[in-house]
Design a protein around this ligand. Sequence first.
Ligand SMILES: CC(C)(COP(=O)(O)OP(=O)(O)OC[C@H]1O[C@@H](n2cnc3c(N)ncnc32)[C@H](O)[C@@H]1OP(=O)(O)O)[C@@H](O)C(=O)NCCC(=O)NCCS
Length: 365
Amino acid sequence: MSSPKPNPVRDTLGGADAKNLQIQLPMDDTLGQTIVGRLLQQCSQTHKFWETQPVAQLKDIKDTSLPEGPIEPPTLVSKVKQEPYNLPGQFEWTTCDLNSDDVCSEVYSFFKENYSELAFKAEYSVEFLRWALCPPGYYQSWHVGVRVKTSKKLVAFIGGAPGRIRVRDEVIKMAKINFLCVHKKLRSKGLAPVMIKEVTRRVHLQNIWQAAYTSRDILSTPVSTCQYWGRMLNPKKLRDVGLTLFTERMSMSMTIKFFNLPDAPITPGFREMERRDVPAVTELFRNYLCQFGVAADFDENDVKHWLLPRENVIYSYLVVSPETHEVTDFCSFYAFPVLIPGNRKYTTVKYAYSYYNIATVTLFP
Ligand SMILES: CC(C)(COP(=O)(O)OP(=O)(O)OC[C@H]1O[C@@H](n2cnc3c(N)ncnc32)[C@H](O)[C@@H]1OP(=O)(O)O)[C@@H](O)C(=O)NCCC(=O)NCCS
């Protein structure tokens, strides 16, 4: 497979989070016939590790006789391997307490150094990490690190957060695995599969048997993929820092005019979400998400955690109908800075990623 030409915008957009959502479920017709075609085309290489794991395999894509349900049925927690997987002798496991400011800053610095090879690096703040990895009912044991025994230096991390995902009519407890990172100097030595197996073991110890993975590359068969589109808010700054979203056909003044926004929102009743909105937003979400075959099962606690605004992390807005006073529409994004190397004027650019958006009344103008 040939690598696409580097593009700082696309690469940093895509580097941060999900592109292929991998859930350990067999695929069927509704879960993406279009993806199947792309997969067969794109994925000619073998996956030594993932081919040994209980995920939908490429060879099974066209096999419609496979039953729907878990690939591996749950076993007894008492049968789960009690000891951690073996690491090469110089390393040891550590469980990262993200409530500790020191540990969280250490994880933050580790990501800053190692998460991205690109010139433009996403910077996951301590607040962002806590939001992403510590939702209600989270397990500290799923924040798995590897340290060098002698120096105690953190050299690898994988994080899991619990979530309830509804698959058709069944709500399943899952682990959402994210933030897999191995120190730059330790790559391609097989550490990532051990990290994945260890976090899986720790997930099983909580009597949870399914997981959702996100990854940049296609590994086994994705349940869902997503396409990133970029939208400039400050074209002049983006040009100055060298982010190349520009077409040669548009001058800077045309670009500014094209992307210009009104000084204030034009939708009547549009405002930032507040704590008092949690019940109405939860209801809006539940009504909206029930149309999908696979979706998060949000209750009020989830809505409080994932959607109540937190500066530099998550931003949520809604529309309250001036007539009925009901919450009719909702939009949100999460955000983090991306570091700009070697620029005299700017050190960071803020990236915002569209998150949940629900419109029942307001139409895009
Ligand atoms: C991703 C990363 C941890 C892989 O580490 P590595 O040392 O190159 O990987 P290893 O050689 O130990 O293991 C490779 C196996 O891990 C799998 N793997 C790599 N990234 C993965 C991911 N995000 N999710 C699940 N599995 C992944 C590979 O597919 C491969 O298995 P396969 O042979 O079955 O395909 C490392 O490149 C890294 O830290 N990158 C920067 C952070 C990053 O991009 N994280 C992923 C965010 S989506």
